[in-house]
Design a protein around this ligand. Structure first.
Ligand code: SDX
Length: 380
């Protein structure tokens, strides 16, 4: 008989798995992927190299990385069935809903579940990492009444996505900064969408359904959807002079300030620091506007008023500023998070396959017993 642990809302502090994929020290602001500091990976690695590291546990050799990159490049295209299905989606639909639906639809074409076959696992990883950016870009162009653009085999992963989205080749700086953003968002221990992926994976369903579950979870404004909400918040604040009054109003009405706070970090999220520097580079190169200054002022005031509660900027606070400067529409910010976090979700999916234990927690029952059934004609 297993002992019942004390109930913790949101499972706060309850270990749901054992994992060697990533590590966070929320008090010292440390994030490591397979033991490598996120600052090192942001400086020296690429998203695809980081994806390989997360999923197969070691940095790839030159040959292994080239093989992986070639496979991804080959599988970027999506079947016309998926494109035709997307044409029926309402153009007013949120891109995260389009992504969740089309990710699940991939399972219709590749659903053979050989979860004990390393070749099947690699195929699923390659197909999802390769095709999800194409699906996001295709939906975006089609909802504007344009035909989707085929992937450009001469461009690397990050540049190709920006090309498929904006219909023009990005600058080297834009492509590099976007690739670093993908690396920063790739993995983050037992966050809500990864946990959702693992619960789904524990039933031994196919990886496409696992990713569809995770996408649906990431979409919420308290999780991946916060980056989009940060931009709406800055638009609502309007000018740097309104920042302090906005923060005071949120505190007075216990309204969450988007892009701040974290279940684990009680200091500034190390990813926010890196993204802030990327935003500064972009604003310096492409021209300043009030948003960056407003963000700096907002971060200063929130730290002043809520720092004592361990509430600091998280990964979502500056990412939206970077994406906006890259010309990416606000409602695509969270799909970009999903494009990146597919790496972490798949790493946990693969790591857990050996567990063979379905997630089935218990509950504390607070309802009635021995309730009498009353026929409908006698109910008041
Ligand atoms: C991500 O888990 C991950 O790793 C997620 C992520 C990843 O990479 O996967 O890091 C990505 O999801 C980042 C978080 C993005 N979300 C937001 O920025 C939305 C705003 N943040 C909050 O909703 C909140 O901080 C959470 C959801 C992120 C964390 O919430 P917790 O740990 O459940 O904390 P809580 O809601 O219990 O708040 C504790 C206290 C409360 O005050 P008291 O009732 O104790 O007086 O802190 C306050 C909260 O009111 N608080 C905030 C706040 N966040 C917490 N007050 C104002 N603004 C905020 N943002």
């Amino acid at each position: 008989m297993t002992t019942v642990c004390e109930y913790r809302p949101g499972l706060e502090g309850i270990p749901a798995a054992q994992s060697s994929i990533s590590y966070v020290d929320g008090l010292r602001g440390i994030l490591e992927y397979r033991g490598i500091n996120i600052e090192e990976l942001a400086k020296h690695s690429s998203f695809l190299e980081t994806t390989y590291l997360l999923i197969w546990g070691e940095l790839p050799t030159k040959v292994e990385l080239e093989e992986f990159e070639t496979e991804i490049r080959y599988h970027r295209r999506i079947k016309y069935h998926i494109r035709d299905m997307m044409k029926c989606f309402p153009e007013t639909g949120h891109p995260m809903d389009a992504l969740q639906t089309s990710a699940a639809a991939l399972g219709l074409f590749y659903s053979r579940r050989a979860l004990d076959d390393p070749a099947y696992i690699r195929q699923a990883v390659v197909r999802l990492v390769a095709k999800i950016p194409t699906m996001v870009a295709a939906f975006h162009l089609m909802r504007r009444g344009n035909d989707p653009i085929q992937p450009n085999d001469n461009l690397d992963y990050a540049a190709n996505f920006l090309y498929m989205l904006t219909e023009r080749k990005p600058s080297d700086l834009a492509a590099h900064i976007f690739d670093v953003c993908l690396t920063l968002h790739a993995e983050h221990t037992m966050n809500a969408s990864t946990f959702s992926a693992m619960v789904t994976a524990s039933t031994l369903t196919d990886p496409y359904g696992v990713i569809a579950s995770a996408v649906g979870t990431l979409a919420g404004p308290l999780h991946g959807g916060a980056n989009e909400e940060v931009l709406f918040m800055l638009e609502e604040i309007g000018t740097i002079d309104n920042v302090r009054a906005y923060v005071d109003d949120c505190i007075e009405h216990k309204k969450k300030i988007m892009g701040f706070g974290h279940r684990v970090y009680k200091v500034k999220d190390p990813r926010a620091t890196i993204l802030q520097n990327l935003a500064m580079q972009l604003f310096e190169q492409m021209g300043h506007d009030e948003y960056y200054a407003m963000a700096l002022e907002l971060e200063k005031v929130v730290e002043e008023r809520l720092g004592h509660k361990g509430i600091y900027a998280n990964v979502d606070f500056y990412s939206g500023l970077v994406y906006r400067k890259l010309g990416i529409p606000t409602d695509l910010f969270t799909p970009l998070f999903a494009i990146s976090r597919v790496a972490g979700w798949l790493a946990h999916w693969k790591e857990q396959l050996g567990e063979n234990r379905i997630f089935r927690p218990t509950q504390i029952y607070t309802g009635r017993h021995d309730t009498v059934y009353i026929p409908i004609e006698k109910r008041l």
